[in-house]
Design a protein around this ligand. Structure first.
Ligand code: IYR
Length: 230
């Protein structure tokens, strides 16, 4: 393992409580506007935006800092077409046979089906791969720790960054999605994790009127210290 020197925490900046609140409120206001979108415009994404959003993804914490992820950015019509054909094939199998009745019922409010036109319409598909193993600069093979959690975190950072940039995305999970390894020439050791469809929403895009749980429904405070006013 590489031997790192320890350096002062120069990047940290404490905020006064009022600024904490203001910044966080503004961030929440922005984040609560994020919606998963399934109808995309074909408009291209301005230069450099995807790269910068991916840099944000790369700042996520990871097990033993091994950064067990790989992202493939797809913008070409031919590759998008191949992905659509393969994904729709899997989805036909999913909706007709693989999904349980219960699962299909859970998906009903979202109105999803086997047709995935967005895979060709959207200007950019980002395939996220998870690496169970990696290689050190000296070529030595190393096991990755918590690759699922780490890749999930990096993907969350990416979704947040794309939203921050004013783009929308769809967290698409054709299942199984091994076809992505073949189409995108990724090694077998990498597991396709998610296909992030991204771009601008279609002008007439609609989304289901679903609600997010209020705080009380997903958080419990055992000790009130964290919320103590000061
Ligand atoms: N992969 C399928 C089904 C699907 C599954 C879940 I969980 C969703 O939240 C949405 C869809 C599809 O993409 O249609």
């Amino acid at each position: 393992m590489p031997d790192y020197p320890f350096i002062p925490l120069q990047t940290y900046a404490e905020l006064p409580p009022q600024e904490m609140r203001e910044r966080l409120n503004a961030f929440y206001e922005n984040m609560q506007r994020r919606r998963t979108v399934r109808e995309f415009s074909a408009r291209p994404i301005p230069t450099g935006i995807i790269e910068q959003a991916l840099r944000v993804a790369g700042t996520a914490p990871s097990g033993a800092n091994l950064q067990p992820w790989h992202f493939v950015v797809v913008t070409g019509a031919d590759t998008k077409h191949k992905i659509r054909i393969a994904a729709e094939e899997e989805e036909r199998e999913f909706y007709a046979h693989r999904a349980s009745r219960e699962w299909l019922q859970a998906l009903e409010p979202l109105g999803t089906d086997t047709d995935k036109p967005f895979l060709e319409i959207a200007p950019c598909l980002i395939a996220v791969f998870l690496q169970k193993f990696g290689y050190l600069p000296n070529g030595k093979k190393v096991k990755h720790y918590y690759p699922v959690e780490s890749t999930g975190l990096a993907t969350g950072f990416l979704i947040t960054a794309l939203h921050q940039a004013g783009l929308v995305c769809l967290t698409h999970t054709p299942s199984p999605m091994r076809f992505l390894n073949e189409i995108l020439s990724r090694p077998k050791s990498e597991r396709p994790f998610l296909l992030l469809v991204t771009g601008y929403p279609a002008e007439d895009a609609t989304v289901p009127d679903i609600k997010r749980k209020p705080l009380e429904d997903f958080v419990s405070f055992i000790d009130s210290q964290v919320t103590a006013a000061r």
